[in-house]
Design a protein around this ligand. Structure first.
Ligand SMILES: *Cc1c(COP(=O)(O)O)cnc(C)c1O
Length: 399
């Protein structure tokens, strides 16, 4: 593909001077297909009972996809609640006009933050009596009930009431008049491990402990409190983990956290990482490429220089381990990935030009490169790959 822009001559007025006027596809960008999110939510919801709600987890800017786009399409697909990590993320969604209930999964502990949460109609996660008291006072002051979710720790050892004190503390919390307990939840630490269905696994023990606590607090039959435990992996494991709601992130974005995924679940990736070829050069045999010169050409080599690097969120330790797609063919990345550029061996191709668009993540024809593959090769998890992408990469919605 040739450079597509029309030559605008030298008329100064036609060239942008402000950031907003720059073509988002000028260098490297992320394309987001909202429709894929919607389809994934629909697909996943077929695994839930009719009364089980779907909370779309859109923290970290929707796992790097753009929280607004993800929220809109997840809601279209049937998500009835949203989960964020921070106060700011919640406020941002409200500012976009999102009306659904939003749960903040992180911990708010100051009166100020809890008031802001209350004023923005966000539900905090509460892990102690101390925070409950603050919320109750806020509710009292404003003459409303403060809606919140209680979290209990069943083995993650992160946030949440201590499980052995929860029953007693819950009795006390029930007497607070200006809070409304909308949910009680816990979080699984190991649901994506291979042994998660083994009765003795951490995951099963967490479920048992959670069930035991629920039984002990003796909720009346038709209580309005939403009980939830499962993340993506927990949700896909078994219905036993579903309760009244599931909190789903990764699988909604199109990637299964489980190796042994059901075959009738067709998740579609919603994110495509694309980059322009900024330069092309031909090297003789025996020439070093990139910092440290660790890659040395073994033949006459044609290189494409792509304008993307680790400052965009491509892990540097993927250097020399990945391919890039162009027109249904794979080309190997060579030499160290640099801050703003990386090199690809395109020897033998005559179709790639300066200004051509190559695909780092996504598919073309029968070639696909997934964040799961990047995660494996860079010794991390797909969650980290997705939320490493920086703001320097414009997000472009392609629906
Ligand atoms: C991030 C998060 C989730 C979603 O996890 P996935 O594995 O991406 O589905 C669910 N619950 C809590 C508390 C979280 O922090």
């Amino acid at each position: 593909m040739q450079i597509q822009q029309k030559d605008q001559g030298f008329n100064f007025d036609q060239y942008p001077t402000f950031k907003k006027d720059i073509d988002p596809k000028q260098r490297a960008w992320i394309e987001v297909k909202g429709k894929a999110i919607e389809t994934n939510v629909r697909q996943l919801r077929t695994k839930l009972s009719k009364f089980c709600q779907f909370m779309a987890v859109v923290k970290a800017d929707g796992y790097g996809h753009d929280a607004k786009v993800v929220s809109d399409f997840a809601i279209k697909g049937g998500a009835s609640q949203l989960g964020v990590a921070t106060l700011k993320e919640g406020i941002k969604l409200r500012s976009f006009g999102v009306k659904k209930p939003i749960l903040i999964l992180g911990n708010l502990y100051t009166k100020r933050d809890l008031i802001i949460s209350f004023r923005n109609d966000l539900m905090p996660t509460i892990s102690s009596i101390r925070e409950c008291l603050i919320c109750n006072n806020i509710g009292k002051h404003f003459g409303f009930k403060f809606s919140l979710h209680l979290k209990v720790d069943t083995g993650m050892s992160r946030l949440g009431f201590e499980s052995n004190k929860f029953v007693q503390q819950f009795e006390k919390i029930k007497s607070f008049e200006n809070i409304s307990i909308e949910g009680i939840y816990s979080h699984l630490s190991s649901a994506d491990e291979d042994n998660a269905l083994d009765p003795k696994s951490i995951t099963q023990l967490q479920r048992l402990k959670f069930n035991q606590l629920l039984k002990q607090i003796n909720l009346q039959k038709n209580h309005e409190i939403k009980i939830h435990l499962a993340n993506s992996a927990g949700m896909l494991l078994k219905k036993d983990f579903h309760f009244h709601m599931v909190r789903v992130g990764l699988s909604m974005y199109g990637y299964s956290p489980l190796d042994k995924i059901e075959k009738n679940l067709l998740l579609k990736p919603a994110l495509f990482l694309k980059v322009k070829v900024a330069f092309i050069r031909t090297l003789d045999s025996g020439v070093g490429v990139s910092y440290g010169g660790k890659f040395v050409t073994s033949r006459k080599t044609k290189l494409a220089i792509l304008s993307i690097g680790y400052a965009d969120g491509v892990p540097r330790n993927l250097s020399g381990k990945i391919n890039v797609i162009y027109n249904n063919k794979l080309y190997p990345q060579v030499g160290s990935i640099t801050m703003d550029q990386m090199m690809v061996d395109i020897t033998g191709s005559n179709e790639i030009r300066i200004g051509s668009t190559m695909i780092l993540l996504g598919s073309d024809g029968d070639k696909t490169i997934s964040p799961l593959e990047w995660a494996r090769k860079s010794n991390t998890i797909p969650w980290e790959i997705l939320c490493s992408f920086k703001n320097r990469l414009p997000r472009v919605q392609i629906d």
